[in-house]
Design a protein around this ligand. Structure first.
Ligand code: BDR
Ligand code: CA
Length: 317
């Protein structure tokens, strides 16, 4: 089994990813660290604790950053994920009896990596602030992690460029400086961005089947996805939603679902393309070159979407 810490902003597709990780025998979900993004940090943490309580999960929950590394706070994405992150469902904080680990997320990450060197995969499916803070506090963690898997970014493969601006994906746009730190650190990063997540869909029929056949988790996923489907229908004219965050978990379980491309990755941190992710995929040194000495990271450029959907369904049902 692979031990993972999931850094997440639950979030509808984040909840889908959490239940996927919890449900698959090849994954040992040891910790959930929360981040602002789809909801405020208070709501994303409350939502994570709610899932832990509801499903009797053993994972620690540790609260992360409430704002980007250098920039002012960004508001929650209420049009996509609802007022508090779970669509129409508003978790009542008074019903959540569990409390978060006393350590902030960055510290939790550092201490777990130190305690279990080479054992833990970090999976990040929200803005990358907690990971950047962990790197800033303890640069040595680059040698302790097994792998870093990120859902975020868009590299223009298959025509997919952005979802919150023409050239930026939400998780990276919400904290571009943090993402640039994470992608240029000397540790192995796999980036599962819109290039692949926009290639796979949970259709209404697929989600109905989960409701009918995947027990309580299936009914819960169905319930919170109503709002998400409405958003896709209203704003994109699509019947179905993209499989964003669960794709990062799918990669951990079965890397062969994805085709990867190697090369250094950087993030645009100002101007009209802020939050844009780019990968250098050819050999040549330029006069102005702060890329060539960066570590080569892996970017997802292809996905076997039918197999991914089947893996998700078989895990939940
Ligand atoms: C990403 O942004 C969030 O809305 C989703 O949870 C996902 O992590 C997709 O761009
Ligand atoms: Ca997310």
């Amino acid at each position: 089994t692979k031990k993972i810490i999931l850094d997440t902003d639950p979030g509808i597709d984040d909840a889908m990813a959490i239940l996927f990780a919890e449900g698959h025998a090849a994954v040992d979900l040891i910790g959930i660290t929360t981040i602002f993004g789809n909801a405020t940090i208070e709501n994303s943490t409350c939502n994570a604790l709610y899932l832990k309580q509801k499903y009797g999960m053993k994972a620690d929950v540790s609260m992360g950053a409430d704002k980007p590394l250098l920039r002012p706070p960004v508001g929650p994405t209420t049009t996509v994920h609802g007022e508090t992150g779970f669509g129409e469902l508003q978790v009542n904080a008074a019903d959540v009896k569990l409390s978060a680990d006393p350590r902030p997320a960055w510290q939790y990450i550092v201490e777990q990596l130190k305690a279990q060197p080479g054992e833990i995969t970090l999976v990040a499916v929200g803005p990358l602030t907690n990971l950047a803070l962990a790197l800033q506090h303890e640069p040595g963690i680059t040698k302790l992690v097994k792998e870093v898997v990120v859902m975020g970014g868009a590299f223009g493969v298959n025509g997919h460029q952005g979802n919150v601006s023409p050239f930026a994906e939400a998780n990276i746009h919400d904290d571009p400086e943090a993402a640039d730190i994470v992608f240029t650190a000397d540790w192995p990063v796999v980036i599962i961005g819109l290039d692949v997540t926009h290639e796979s869909f949970f259709t209404p029929e697929y989600l109905d089947k989960l409701r009918d056949e995947a027990g309580e988790p299936g009914r819960f996923i169905h319930q919170i996805s109503r709002f998400y489907l409405d958003f896709y229908q209203r704003s994109l004219g699509i019947s179905g939603c993209h499989v964003h965050d669960p794709s990062a978990i799918a990669y951990v379980i079965d890397p062969s679902l994805f085709t990867l491309r190697k090369g250094p990755v950087r993030v645009v941190c100002s101007g009209p393309a802020i939050g844009h992710t780019m990968q250098k995929t050819y050999e040549r040194r330029h006069p102005h070159d702060d890329w060539s000495d960066m570590p080569a990271q892996s970017v997802g450029v292809g996905v076997r979407d039918e197999a991914l959907l089947e893996l998700y369904r078989n895990t939940l049902i």
